[in-house]
Ligand binder design. Structure first.
Ligand SMILES: Nc1ncnc2c1ncn2[C@@H]1O[C@H](COP(=O)(O)OP(=O)(O)OP(=O)(O)O)[C@@H](O)[C@H]1O
Length: 585
């Protein structure tokens, strides 16, 4: 299955605004009341703004023209009241929507992180974690900014603009229409340019994701970079990604900034038209001075929000571009779901029935493989590098599903088991064990709910019972030895010991060790062998090893290479196969 996210083409920005806005609706689920309150506050605040010019026009024509200062005083008080109501309602609006934005940000980040956790290993093979982090951090924040600031500004400006437009035309049709001509021209231009703006915004977010990817890759591989003196190589790669982001941001900036001067020009033209035409109308006795003042205020009330809409427009495009990138992750569904099946075939702890497997887009690593593993036996997988041993082991633990055939755990299709059941039954020690920051003890009980609440002393007892406590001597402070993030301060051998204790303590039915002893000294290895020998008689062990001495105790050896898994029979023929296989590859 392909899980690769789009980090290249920018074709998805062609949808109309209406569709984009409806896609934002599910994000607002549960916020209906708050949004309704904010919209109500917007209506009140726009109404107060639109009432003010009428009151001013009335004061000028009715009281100032007649020198009635008491009237001016009373009506100015009324005007002040109207302004105060506007102030309170716009405060209510911005406070409510600030909360909505923060909650949406919180929920989106949770949703995307939960989704990432539900996705299979193949997804993480196919995508850079830096880009994913950027989606979680940056793209969600663009949506937060949109909801916290832009959406309400968008609505209040749109309401104001609409109200002012209607009043302009209804007070005087000809003067109103003349005032709106520049606006119509600018709106047509906006419509024509918006696709370009959204494409530019999308590209700028994409390149930001690419930049995070580069940072993550070079930080993760820093030691290799220093050892091979390739700082310049990564610096150049980073500079390239940084340059791409810079150019994309410049283009996005140019695209969104073009609207501001355009809208400013329209506003000035509108005012000029009203002034010139209004003076003519006053000369003809068709308009009063007060109404002209009111009119000019309405022109400002119309064009100022329109200019603000232009900058909000850019924020909206950025939010929609961010939403595209987030929706892409949220729309992915793991194809590694639970497939109910009660059919039980055979009683082997693990069996492969005609299993074939290829990585996404690659050739078959395994073709039509059949074998079964009996309880209590020890199996070894050998074969040349890249032969498919780790892949076989990964299929046993259902890190991947086969492209064809069935993997059976205790006779049932492995896909019928829940993740918890699988984790209880199978212990898998990876080639590169991963440690979490904390202590050795924390890492040993990791993922083992039964031991999560044990005090240190009790854990030592359990390790004793399992014959594992001897391994603790390899750590200065035993269970309390600190482990730094990603376990960098540990030797690889120590990491493998922790992973071994973690897996063996669960007492799994099937224990898979992928090169788990490759970095351990001979004395400790002997100790591990003894521990393995002392595991409950029912435990099946699968050992992947390059060193032949580690597989001396195997009951059966499988040779894995070229898409096949062949029983090797004796140790001697295993050695022959390995030598032949290595010579061929
Ligand atoms: N995540 C992956 N994506 C694509 N191809 C992969 C992936 N992991 C392994 N492969 C390919 O699958 C083949 C088998 O790899 P695998 O890791 O199973 O071999 P191996 O026998 O365990 O090798 P080694 O002894 O080096 O650990 C190789 O050709 C490898 O390039």
């Amino acid at each position: 299955m392909h899980y690769r996210l789009n980090t290249q083409d920018t074709n998805q920005s062609k949808e109309p605004l209406r569709v984009g806005l409806t896609r934002l609706l599910p994000v607002m689920a549960g916020e209906g009341r708050n949004v309704a309150l904010a919209v109500f506050a917007i209506i009140i605040s726009s109404a107060t703004t639109l009432t003010a010019p009428l009151i001013i026009a009335y004061i000028v024509d009715r009281f100032i023209a007649t020198n009635d200062y008491q009237g001016v005083f009373v009506w100015s008080g009324l005007l002040l009241g109207v302004f105060l109501i506007g102030l309170v309602s716009s405060y209510v609006q911005s406070r409510t929507m600030g909360g909505v934005g923060r909650r949406i940000l919180f929920n989106l980040r949770n949703a995307i992180f939960t989704k990432l956790q539900a996705l299979p290993v193949a997804f993480f093979n196919q995508n850079k974690s830096g880009d994913l982090i950027s989606r979680i951090n940056n793209d969600t924040d663009k949506i937060n900014q949109f909801f916290a600031q832009a959406l309400m500004q968008f609505l209040s400006n749109a309401a104001l603009m609409l109200g002012a437009g209607v009043l302009l035309v209804s007070l005087n049709v000809r003067l109103g229409l003349a005032a709106l001509v520049p606006a119509i021209i600018v709106l047509i231009a906006t419509r024509m340019l918006s696709g370009w703006v959204k494409r530019a915004s999308f590209k700028s977010l994409q390149t930001l994701g690419g930049l995070s990817g580069e940072v993550q890759e070079s930080l993760a591989n820093f030691k290799v970079i220093v050892a091979f003196n390739r700082l310049d190589y990564f610096r150049n790669k980073f500079a390239g990604a940084n340059q791409a982001n810079y150019s994309a941001s410049v283009k996005a900036g140019v695209a969104s900034n073009i609207f501001l001067p355009l809208y400013g020009l329209a506003a000035n033209l509108g005012t000029l038209i009203v002034l010139a035409y209004g003076i003519i109308l006053i000369g003809n006795g068709e308009l009063t001075t007060g109404l002209l003042i009111g009119y000019i205020l309405y022109v400002t009330n119309f064009y100022t929000p329109m200019r603000q809409l232009a900058s909000i427009w850019a924020s909206l495009q950025l939010a929609l571009a961010g939403l595209d990138r987030i929706s892409e992750v949220l729309a992915l569904n793991s194809d590694m779901t639970i497939v109910p099946s009660d059919e039980v075939v055979g009683d082997a702890v693990m069996a492969f029935d005609d299993v074939s497997f290829s990585y996404s887009g690659g050739q078959d690593v395994l073709s039509d493989i059949c074998f079964s593993l009996e309880r209590g036996k020890t199996y070894a997988l050998i074969g040349p590098t890249g032969g498919g041993k780790t892949t076989t082991a990964s299929l046993m633990a259902r890190l991947y599903d086969p492209s064809a055939g069935t993997v059976r755990l205790n006779g049932r299709d492995i896909r019928a088991f829940t993740a918890e059941e699988r984790a209880e039954t199978i212990g898998f020690i990876l080639q590169e064990p991963f440690l979490f920051s904390g202590t050795v003890g924390d890492n040993i009980v990791y993922g083992n709910p039964a031991y999560a609440d044990l005090a240190g002393g009790q854990l030592v007892d359990r390790l004793d019972e399992a014959g594992l406590s001897g391994l603790l001597k390899r750590f200065d402070q035993g269970l309390e030895t600190p482990v730094s993030a990603s376990g960098d301060a540990m030797s690889l051998g120590q990491k493998q010991l922790i992973a071994f204790m973690r897996a063996a303590l669960r007492n799994p039915q099937l224990l898979i060790l992928d090169e788990a002893t490759a970095n351990i000294d001979t004395v400790t290895e002997k100790l591990l062998e003894e521990i393995l020998a002392a595991l409950p008689a029912q435990t099946t062990t699968v050992i992947i090893a390059h060193r032949l001495n580690t597989i001396n105790n195997a009951d059966e050896i499988f040779f894995v290479n070229g898409g096949t898994v062949t029983p090797a029979g004796s140790m001697e023929s295993a050695v022959d196969m390995l030598l032949n296989g290595q010579m061929q590859s």
